[in-house]
Every structure is written in structure tokens, then in C-alpha cells.
Write a protein that binds this ligand. Sequence first.
Ligand code: NAD
Ligand code: LMR
Length: 329
Amino acid sequence: MATTITITGAGGQIGYALLFRIAAGDMLGPDEKVRLRLLEIPQGVKAAEGAALELHDGAFDLLESVEVTDDAATGFDGCNLALLVGARPRGPGMERGDLLAANAGIFGPQGQTIAARAAADVRVTVVGNPANTNALIAAASADGVPADRFSALTRLDENRARAQVAAALDAPVSGIRRVSIWGNHSATQFPDLAHATVDGRPVLDALGERMDDVRGWLEETFIPRVAKRGAEIIEVRGSSSVASAANAAIEHTRDWVAGTDDWTSAGVVSRGEYGVPAGLVSSFPVRAVGGQWQIVEGLELDDWARARIDTSVAELVEEREAVRALGVL
Ligand code: NAD
Ligand code: LMR
């Protein structure tokens, strides 16, 4: 048996950082063969073909086949997993509404084609920005595919948050667990440490031993650092995060398929949990069980946390309204 994986935007930067790790077994483990479908637009086909040549030269034991195409029906045919990376980037003078419109024109048809052509067990990880709303559009366009088969990447935000906590505590990142990302993959997101642990102890207690004003550090340093890390990378590197984003997409998809022993964060379709309007794709703390994300329920939220979640969710509502105004939903 082999898993067929479609990667859109495979000729781009994140695509290049994803393909070789998937072929090496980092996503589905050392026993699962993979068939890769590299879906591009015509301008990106050459770059994807170049990556395919290098995949060939990698002589990966697990790699059964590689196919490059600019035809979505061929690209999604029979796929079990799809990583939707290809998206229209924000150009000079483009407003958020323009970006939503351009991406609605990509993720709507892709959702339809996934419904028509993908395997019955398809799972779709949306990476291309605005990831939450692109996932919402794709899910809403995929008639007959359960909406919970679509999720948006916020694992990068979680990893960034864990790394910031590890640095503040001078502790290994491996011991930092249960950091929750709520809301949108944007600067309004709420990285939440209320339930986070370091080697099993509450992170907030450990921080309190090192600083007088933990709330001040959260508000002035930690939250903006995590929420604006994408912009910081763009400023320093000159283009947006690539390897860390690909790593997060691999971890997200791996956990979705294989299951988690603790919780992580992902953008999933709300059914009204924590007051997030049903149908929005919002980040929540989640577990993966039997190939399905399950929102961690019953967490206490104080007024401060509630207000931050509400702000980010309000942005998601606005994005949904803007997409509805285009007649897409
Ligand atoms: P990139 O420009 O290097 O690559 C994008 C590729 O997508 C290009 O090769 C382009 O030809 C292709 N593409 C465009 N429209 C397509 C379509 N309709 N079908 C198939 N392919 C298409 O960009 P990148 O650095 O790889 O980033 C890709 C996306 O990921 C961007 O939207 C970026 O903002 C987003 N991103 C998300 C996260 C996250 O955590 N969710 C993190 C980093 C980047
Ligand atoms: C990131 O978080 O690195 C990406 O979503 C890029 C961006 O625009 O922030």
C-alpha cells in the first residue's frame, strides 16, 4: 500500500522544503510508501519538474512515484492527503479583501476538485494564507466531503510559542507542552500559556519564579513576538518562513494521521466550541484520535483570555463576511 499525497504550490519555497522530507518518511513514517503529486500553475511547472528530478536522484526507498501537473483533476485524483500550499501572495497595493478574493478563486475550485476526484479518506492541510479562511472556502466548496477533513496550519505558531517559552525558562523545548493557539493564523492570534507545562509543572509558575510581572511579559513580549513572528522572519530573511513552515505542516499532518498522545493546536471547523461561531475555521487546542481532530473541551478561560480570543475570532468573522460578499460561500 502507498499513500497518495498532493502538494499544491510544489514548485515554490515551502514545496521544496516539504517534498524531500515527505519522501524520506518524516511525515508518514519509515514503513509507508508515498506517491507524490506536484500540482502547480503553468508558471510553476518548471520549478516543480526540477524538484521532481531531484527527488528521483534522491533514490528514496519510500518514494513510489512523482507526477507533476498543472491540471487540478489529475493532481487530486485519488489523493489521500492534500497539502494546499500554493496561494496568491499579497502584492503591492493589495488590500486584505483583494487577497481574499484572489485566494477564493484558488481554494474554491480546489475544494470542488477534491470533492470530485480525491479518495474517500482524503484529509486536507491548508498552509497557503490566509490559511483559516482558505480552509473554510475549500471545505465549503467540497460538497460531500465532511468539513472536518479540512484543517489549517497553526502548528508553526505553536512551535514558535514553545520555543519562546523554552528560551525564557532556559529549558529544553521538548519539555514544553500544552501551549494553545486560539483564533486566526494572523497577528490577532492568542498564544495561550494558561495550561502549558514545563516538565509537567505549570509554565506560568515557572515564569513567576523568574520574573515579577508575568502578565506584563505575556502582553508586551511573548504574545506580540509569537503573533508577529511571520513578519519578523520576512523582515530579516527577505521572504516568508519556509523550512519552519514546512516542518510544522509535516508535524500537523503526521499527528492528524497517526494521532497525538497530548494536545497540539490546529485550525479546525468550529461547531460552536468556546463560543466560536459554528462553521468558522479557528485554531483551538486539539487532540488527534483515530484520524480526527478533537477540540480539547472544558478549559477555563478568564476574561483576559476570552477578550483576546474574541478579537481574533472577530477577524475570522470579518474574513468570512468579505468572502460571502464575493458570493463564494
Ligand atoms: P512561494 O511563492 O515560494 O510558492 C507558492 C507556489 O504556489 C508558487 O510556485 C506558485 O506558482 C504556486 N501556486 C500559486 N497558485 C497556485 C494554484 N492555484 N495551484 C497550484 N499552485 C499554485 O510561496 P511559499 O513561501 O511556498 O508560501 C506558500 C504559502 O504559504 C503563502 O501563502 C504563505 O503566506 C503561506 N505560509 C503559511 C504559513 C502558515 O503557518 N500557515 C507559514 C508560512 C507561509
Ligand atoms: C508565517 O507565519 O511565517 C507566514 O504565515 C507568513 C506571514 O505572512 O506571516
